[in-house]
Each structure stands twice: as C-alpha cells, then as structure tokens.
Design a protein around this ligand. Structure first.
Ligand SMILES: Cc1cc2nc3c(=O)[nH]c(=O)nc-3n(C[C@H](O)[C@H](O)[C@H](O)COP(=O)(O)O)c2cc1C
Length: 177
C-alpha cells in the first residue's frame, strides 16, 4: 500500500511525530507549507471564517497515494487550517485516511473534530488519534493552557507515541491491502 504522511506543524510537535511515523512505515512524508505566513491572528481568522489557506505542494499530489495519514495541531477545536485544502481534495477524490494530532487538551477533548473531518472529506477517518499534551504532562491532574502551550515534544514522547500510532495503523485492515 502506497502511504503518504501529510503534516503541518506550527511549533514542531506534530512534525516531529509525523517524521518519526513516516520513517517507521517507510512512507512518503509531505510537509505542508503555507504561502502566506501563519500568525496567531491568521489562525483565529481562519477558524472563525473557515478560510482555506493556499498551500504547497498542490493538494492533487494526494492522487498518487492509496492511504493518507494527516498530522497536525487542533486549533479552536478544528484541524489546523493548512490541512483543509488536502482534506477537501479527498472529498473530490475519496480515499481512506487517518488523522493524528498532538493537541493541547487543557480544556478537555476536541469533541467536534471528528464531525469536522467528516464534513470536509465526506468520510470518517479510518484512524483518529487525538493525543492531548495535558495527558502527557500530567495524566492525573488538571493542566493549564499555559503549560500545554509551552510543551515541546521530546525524544521519549516521540518514540512512545510513534510506537502507539504505528501499532494502530498496522492493525488497521487498510494497511494490509
Ligand atoms: C491558536 C491556537 C488554538 C489552539 N486550540 C486548541 C484546541 O482547541 N484544542 C486543543 O486540544 N489544543 C489547542 N491548541 C494547542 C495545539 O493543538 C498544540 O499546542 C499542538 O501541539 C501544537 O502543534 P504543533 O507544535 O505541531 O504546531 C491550540 C493552539 C493554538 C496556537
């Protein structure tokens, strides 16, 4: 199966995990870049007004692959806006996909994420992993937004999360097609 790992990352957490998972699966890693610089202001505007930033490479690159694994942060309860054009591409040319994220989780889960993915792609993800930083930092105690925002993934967490993600991906019936 021809797998593409497609990642966008603002502060590096999701990129580090995507890189490691792609290596483990020997999958092509496509790093998304945005034509206009992303700022806190542009993030808020994208989320409030459902804007779709222009990205590179062109989203039709996904046509070359059978299974797409997206990695990116959750912003204001939604998948990071630079992934939108690629999610939209899957609506035009459906294929199985997974969505994996290291998100903050300081305010609880991201309950609207799965519906958003369904709305944007027309299909539920085959794999959805939303790993909260709050759980990584302190599984038993509440964690503040300040703490989750300051977190930068370390080697131990990359290795641990890669193992868990790869196990889930390999268990997926699609992986063995
Ligand atoms: C503007 C903004 C909004 C965010 N909103 C959420 C959110 O709704 N839910 C959540 O779990 N994390 C949220 N986060 C935290 C990020 O998902 C988290 O820091 C993530 O690990 C960043 O990934 P990156 O390093 O790959 O950019 C938000 C971060 C920013 C900057």
């Amino acid at each position: 199966m021809n797998i593409a790992v497609v990642s966008y990352s603002y502060t590096g957490n999701n990129e580090a995990l995507a890189e490691s998972v792609a290596k483990e699966l020997m999958a092509k890693h496509i790093k998304v870049s945005v034509k206009k610089p992303i700022t806190m202001g542009s993030i808020v505007m994208d989320m409030l007004f459902s804007r779709m930033p222009k990205v590179l490479p062109a989203p039709d690159i996904l046509r070359q692959y059978d299974f797409i694994l997206f990695f990116g942060p959750v912003w204001m309860g939604q998948a990071a806006s630079p992934l939108r054009a690629y999610l939209n591409e899957l609506k035009q040319n459906p294929k199985p996909y997974g969505f994996l994220s290291i998100s903050g989780g300081a305010d609880g889960g991201n309950p609207k994420l799965s519906n958003e993915l369904l709305r944007r792609t027309g299909k539920q993800p085959s794999i959805l992993i939303d790993q909260h930083i709050a759980e990584l930092i302190s599984p038993d105690n509440p964690t503040s937004r300040k703490e989750t925002s300051a977190y930068r993934i370390n080697k131990n967490d990359v290795n641990r999360l890669t193992k868990a993600a790869v196990e889930r991906i390999r268990q997926s019936s699609l992986y063995n097609l």
